[in-house]
Design a protein around this ligand. Sequence first.
Ligand SMILES: NC(=O)c1ccc[n+]([C@@H]2O[C@H](COP(=O)([O-])OP(=O)(O)OC[C@H]3O[C@@H](n4cnc5c(N)ncnc54)[C@H](O)[C@@H]3O)[C@@H](O)[C@H]2O)c1
Ligand SMILES: [Zn+2]
Length: 353
Amino acid sequence: MRVLLTGAAGFIGGAVRHELESAGHDVVGIDLMLPEAHGQSVTPPGVLRLDVRLAAGESAWASALEGVDVVCHQAAVVGAGVTVADLPAYASHNDLGTAALLAAMAARGVRRLVLASSMVVYGEGRYRCAEHGVQRPGTRPVAALTAGRFDTPCPVCGGALDWAAVPEDARFEPRSAYAASKVAQEHYAAAWARQAAGAAIALRYHNVYGPGMPRDTPYSGVAAMFRSSLERGEAPQVFEDGRQTRDFVHVEDVARANAAALTAVATAAQEHVSAYNVASGHPITIGEVAALLGAGSGITPETTGGYRLGDVRHIVASPARAEAELGFRARISPAVGLPAFASSPLRESHQLV
Ligand SMILES: NC(=O)c1ccc[n+]([C@@H]2O[C@H](COP(=O)([O-])OP(=O)(O)OC[C@H]3O[C@@H](n4cnc5c(N)ncnc54)[C@H](O)[C@@H]3O)[C@@H](O)[C@H]2O)c1
Ligand SMILES: [Zn+2]
């Protein structure tokens, strides 16, 4: 297949490109080379410098979309956002960027899309009380966090809540500008599929890690931050009691999930829209992540009891639907991937503000 890959110079885009080319697909890679992500780095060979926000009528789209069967849309401004000043960047690159790309695809009859979404669309994880079933405990009060009470009690009986895996039909509850823009991308894709007889698959990645991940910035994920601390010879600072649970999925597995989704969307019915969690299926606590990363260094992580307002206690996705419908199952467990990541190269990155 001929695939237009946006964000081809990015962390995940680079791995997707490698995976697709190895599988024999013909990849047209485009990327704006945002200075916030790439500094002054030159555009990698084989990647065309192009802004997905270009109007549909612009001639650059004609060559980029020529003969393309499926678009794999990874380009975005990422991270949780640090200040309100970041809002326009998310709205511009993520919301407008996706809308403009879809309009350009419709203008050229390209009707298949794989979209990089995120588990941030759910906001909160899922919790279960042994007696009262699935509960939505709401955000944690500052007083509880300050007192070191990180687990939220069952709103009915005050007893302990366990986490449960979030299925794809959980409701959207975006809690940041970035999350809002990922929800918007999914909504635009669904609208486009209906209006342009297209088909779209959204992949909601969990915490992605692996070689080429951007270096420590206020926008990076916790794995890169721990990794960067270790590189400086400092102990990774683990918030709360280290028992908050997540899923860490290796970038090569994310690339394989994209390859599986491209194959599935290529033969999907018109107006088909679906979403899949992309997770390792091996939930892990943040304390364990720090310990696995530090294993070879002799540095012991520090559990600080600190907290970040707005952080959720647990979020773990169910990988079941992706396995059943896309045949995707992650191959690299965190127990193997995280220690290897401790010595992988990181990409220099630059802050948005
Ligand atoms: N890294 C994660 O843990 C994670 C988790 C969930 C979802 N995602 C999603 O995966 C995708 C890829 O993220 P990443 O981690 O590789 O980030 P990245 O910053 O490494 O890559 C994004 C790329 O998009 C490019 N880009 C931004 N705006 C553009 C525009 N207007 N036109 C063309 N190119 C543009 C950037 O230059 C960059 O190369 C994003 O959609 C992101 O939301 C990432
Ligand atoms: Zn209860």
